[in-house]
Structure formats: C-alpha cells, structure tokens
Design a protein around this ligand. Sequence first.
Ligand SMILES: [Fe+2]
Length: 307
Amino acid sequence: MTTASAQHQPLAGTIVAGAPLPSFQHIEVEPLSGACGCEVTGVDLTRPLAAEVLAEVMLAFEHFLVIMFRGQRLSVEQHKAFSRHFGEITELPQAPTYAGHSDMQEVRREADEPESVVPSFEHFHTDSPFLERPPLCIAMRALEVPRFGGDTAFANTYLVYEDLSAGLKRTLEGLQVVYSGKDIWSRNAKLAADKQLRLREHHGFSEEQLENIHPAVRSHPRTGRKGLYVTSAYFKRFVGWSEEESRALLTYLQSLPQRIQYHCRIRWRPDTLIVWDNRFLQHRGIHDYRGERRHLVRTTIMGERPR
Ligand SMILES: [Fe+2]
C-alpha cells in the first residue's frame, strides 16, 4: 500500500532539487531557491573546462535544472562550444536567428516595441514541444538588459508531478498530447500588427516535423524520475479526448506550474549565462520592462524523444 508521504519519496539514486545537496570540489554552487536553480562561480566559460570541473557543472545542471553564471563575456564560438557539452545544437523553425547564425536564436525587444513581439506566452511553457526531439536545454546569454524587470522565471515540473494525487497520476499514465507548430505563422499573420510575434521567416523544416505526439508525463532517461510534460503552448488535444475535455484538464494542469513554491527566478545582468533544462522545467519571461530594451541570445540543444 502506498501512503501519502511515500508518494513523495524520490526513487533511490535520483537527484532531488533542493536536497540532498551534492558536494562540489571544483566549483562553488549557491542554490537560488528550494525548488530549482543555482548560481555557479569559480568557472571561466571562455576557456576549455577541465574534465573534473565540467563533471561538476553537469552535476549541478542535473540537480538544479537551471545553472547560472555571471560575467561570461563569450564570443559566439565560445557560446556554441560550451553548449555542445550538453548535446547537439539544433535549429528551431519558429524563433528568429541571431546575426546570421541559423543555429542561434535571439530574444530581442526594443524599447518602443509591444510586449507581444517576444513570445512570453501567457503561461509557463516548455519550448518547442511540437518537435520529435524537443530541446533538452537552452543556453542563453544576456547582451543588454532593462534597468528594471525582464527576469525569467522557472517552475520545476518534477515537483509539480510529484505533488499530484495518485488518482490524477493514474489518469495521466499513458495519456498522450498532440503538439503542433504548424499554424503559428498563419495565426500570427491574422493578428493586429501590435499583437504579432517576431517569428523566423524561413526554415528548412517540413510540415510533418512541426507536429508530434508526446506523453503527458515524461521520465528522465537516466534517473527515471517523472515530470509533467503538459503545456498550453502548441497544445492541440489529448489523444482520444475531445477538444473540450482536453481544454478542461489542460487548464487545471497549466495552473499548477504557476505556484510559487516550484519557482526560481533569474535577474539578468549583461553577460549572465544560464542553461536550463527544457524537459523538467517550464519557464516564462516576465514582461515588466516597458520602455526598456532587452536583448538575449541563445543556443538550443536537442533532447531525446520524450518517454
Ligand atoms: Fe520559451
């Protein structure tokens, strides 16, 4: 018999954000909250990393899901070189590219532009779930930041899943989601000019690559730890459910990552670099910097097919 408290016990050997804290010998690590996120110091990402330093950076990433480094003035090549430690850099069909690099994206809002130009989405979300192998992580660096606001917030979806009742977990077991990015360009074109997103105009992805079915709960390939993988961004429906039924459950599930106990929040400074896990976190930019410019650049690292 499973007791309520036993449901919250992690599987042996898994890593739990917050506790127990791993020990680090080669880097300094300061947690940002009890849910996720840490600041890493003692590392210069402009130089190749020693194997033991890199191993601890990866441990911090797996444990905290968001790792933040301050003062990293990286060239484009240095940014890409660090990104490749996490996996293969991938292009995205929808996000505007950076300075002629088709494998980098930029997140840019000019001081006089409306909020909608940068996709914040209304809710916390995971990036590009419509791809067959959605991003494992994103490595993002700030070039120019607002004098106030413009933070990015993250919610730990392992914790969201683990706090669900046994009954709802059973409902989600085997449930699959249709995610589609096929119609974002046509939908965007119909919006008023001041509501339109800045999207990538041309890409080499086929129509079929823009729609995929993924499980509502996914597991970490190494640890087996499960996280909720449901987000309203690009959501079409649950497989076998009507649109109306799907929306009702989606609305509830989407409300959960809003809870503040699952969060950490990054205040950007110029040359702040963060890497966040896009599989077991949801994120959103906070658009509270009216009249200010914000310019970030990123790489996206391809993940495994969710299971
Ligand atoms: Fe995003």
